[in-house]
Structure formats: structure tokens, C-alpha cells
Design a binder for this molecule. Structure first.
Ligand SMILES: [Fe+2]
Ligand SMILES: [Fe+2]
Length: 251
């Protein structure tokens, strides 16, 4: 992916907190259990008139447009692996002749891994996009979290070899995931979610770049982009999009 930010007219104005060092406190969820000491107290002690905590645009990240749309997050925020993975999954579903609802579900299924959270990613991803997609698509994204641990060979899904490597061959999903799988199997939208797992690519090394622009029309018909931009439309998940715009904010 060419992640060089495009120079935009709004880049001309100064970044906030100009002239001062901007400290970034790691998010609690990303350091818990890592064995690193808690740096909160040390960083608070380092504050001075010239050294403050980051708020707003981080000069180390490409500046987002004022009214960001879905593909801006893909291009300017997502990690390369998630960027490629989502586009390749959606392309595979499209090439297989799947309905647009499956293609959009594949395009969004792991969206939280791009720039927010990996833990519980099916639930987070569903919640982030829920105000903008159909109820069925959000449901399918949520339940792929559980379904990917359980084979359905009649539907074309085997337990991924990659999971034996990621988690060890003796890994057993916890009870709440087993329950979510049972619930999903009995649901009328089961196949929508199951197809996400079928077109999910479990090899993350494959390098076949997909141009995100080819999904512009499908996004237009299946994802309600707010005029004010994602993060600024007052939706119940606007704060999640803003967190991806300004991931280093102190508060
Ligand atoms: Fe996933
Ligand atoms: Fe995936």
C-alpha cells in the first residue's frame, strides 16, 4: 500500500500544540499485562509549559479530511495488514458473484483491527459500523467472531490452519463464543455471517494489492456515509471513529 498522505489544502494550518512537545500516554488496554510498568505517573510528572499531552491531530499521522468517509480511514489510518485483508476478502466475495450485502460485510468484517482494537474484534467491528449498514450486515459481522472457530464444510468452511498456528492446536474457544455459535446457527441470517468466514482469507502474507476505489459504488449503496463525516454525525458510534482520527488523545 502506498500510504504516503496526499497533501490537502487543510495541511496548511498549524497542528495543535505547536511549539511544544506532545507526550502520548499509551492506552491502558494496550499495555495491561505486558510487563511494562505503568508510565502514567512518570509522564504526569514530566508535564511543563513546553511539554503537554497530545490532543487533536498528531503531526506524525496523515491528517484526515474534515468530513472523513469510510475509505479515508482505510487509506490514512488502517494498518497495512488489515487494509489488504479487508480489500482482498471483499474482492474474493465479489469475484465469486456474491450479493452486495456479502461484499460489504466482507469489506467491513475486521474493521476494528485497522486502527482501534483487535480484542473482541467481531463485536467491535459490528458496533462501529452498525449505524451505517443494514441490521443484517452488522449481525453477520458480529457473529463471524464465533463462527470462524467452527467448521461448516457443507458451506465451504474448514477450521483455519492459521488458527492452529496462532493459538496452538489445542485451543478451545470459551463458552460465550460456543454459545454465540449455537445461537448463530439457529438464526435466519446464519449464511450471511457464515459467508464472511468463507471469504475471510486466513493467509495474511499474500500480496495482491486491491484498489479500494473499486468498492466506491458498493459502499455508496450499502453504507450510509454521513454528510458531516464519520465521527461528526452524532451517531452512537461517532466517538469510535473520532478515536481512530485522534488515537493519541490524552482524554
Ligand atoms: Fe475476523
Ligand atoms: Fe478476517
Amino acid at each position: 500500500m502506498d500510504d504516503k498522505p496526499v497533501q490537502r489544502p487543510e495541511d496548511d494550518y498549524a497542528f495543535p500544540q505547536a511549539g511544544r512537545e506532545r507526550m502520548i500516554l499509551p492506552q491502558p488496554v494496550s499495555t495491561l499485562g505486558m510487563g511494562a510498568g505503568n508510565v502514567e505517573k512518570q509522564m504526569l510528572a514530566r508535564m511543563s509549559p513546553d511539554r503537554v499531552f497530545m490532543m487533536g491531530d498528531n503531526p506524525a499521522l496523515p491528517r484526515m479530511p474534515k468530513a472523513p468517509q469510510l475509505l479515508d480511514f482505510f487509506r490514512l489510518r488502517f494498518t497495512e495488514i488489515t487494509f489488504n485483508h479487508l480489500l482482498q476478502s471483499a474482492k474474493t466475495a465479489l469475484d465469486a458473484g456474491q450479493d452486495e450485502k456479502i461484499v460489504i460485510a466482507c469489506l467491513l468484517h475486521d474493521i476494528s483491527n485497522g486502527a482501534l482494537l483487535r480484542t473482541e474484534h467481531g463485536y467491535w467491528s459490528a458496533q462501529i459500523v452498525a449505524p451505517y449498514v443494514s441490521e443484517e450486515v452488522a449481525w453477520a459481522i458480529q457473529h463471524h467472531q464465533a463462527l470462524r472457530y467452527f467448521a461448516d464444510e457443507a458451506a465451504g468452511f474448514k477450521y483455519p490452519d492459521a488458527y492452529n498456528k496462532f493459538f496452538g492446536p489445542d485451543y478451545q474457544p470459551p463458552e460465550y463464543i460456543q454459545q454465540a455459535h449455537r445461537d448463530a446457527r439457529a438464526h435466519r441470517w446464519y449464511m450471511t455471517s457464515r459467508l464472511i468466514t468463507v471469504y475471510d482469507l486466513y493467509s495474511f502474507e499474500a500480496n495482491c494489492p486491491v484498489d479500494p476505489e473499486q468498492f466506491t459504488d458498493i459502499i455508496g449503496r450499502n453504507f450510509k456515509q454521513p454528510r458531516e463525516g464519520l465521527g461528526f454525525d452524532g451517531s452512537p458510534t461517532a466517538h469510535m471513529w473520532r478515536t481512530m482520527i485522534w488515537p493519541n488523545n490524552f482524554l
